[in-house]
Design a protein around this ligand. Structure first.
Ligand code: 5GP
Ligand code: ZN
Length: 113
């Protein structure tokens, strides 16, 4: 997807603070962090939202493994963290390339805003 921001990050056309990468996924720090640790886990493949991702359950499981691995790398596995997927307008999605937010390093409030 030539006009997708996160595809451009995957392709290296836009810089990002990458903290994990393998053949299928990428994790990088959010440019506007909402917690002491805030990174995004994305598939390299362009998938617009979680709705389309439901057609690829094995990929979701794979990304869950990546979240676990990178959360541990970032020191979040002991105390815990929050992972969020915003879906479409009312969910607050602004970038239409599937991404799991991972936020940690402080206590999270509930309900979210
Ligand atoms: P959404 O609102 O779609 O759930 O989340 C998109 C996230 O991407 C936001 O938290 C936003 O701060 C982050 N973001 C937007 N543009 C960039 C960018 O160019 N680089 C990085 N690293 N993060 C970005
Ligand atoms: Zn994309």
């Amino acid at each position: 997807m030539s006009d997708c921001l996160f595809c451009k990050i995957v392709e290296g056309k836009i810089p990002a603070k990458k903290i994990y990468e393998d053949e299928k996924s990428l994790a990088f720090r959010d440019i506007n962090p909402q917690a002491p640790v805030h990174f995004l886990v994305i598939p390299k493949k362009h998938i617009p939202t979680l709705l389309e991702a439901s057609e690829e359950p094995e990929l979701i499981g794979y990304l869950a493994q990546v979240i676990k691995k990178v959360a541990a790398q970032e020191g979040l596995d002991g105390e815990g963290f929050r992972s969020v997927v915003n879906v479409k307008e009312q969910g607050g999605q602004t970038v239409y390339h599937l991404h799991f937010h991972v936020l940690g390093g402080r206590f999270m409030k509930w309900p979210p805003g």
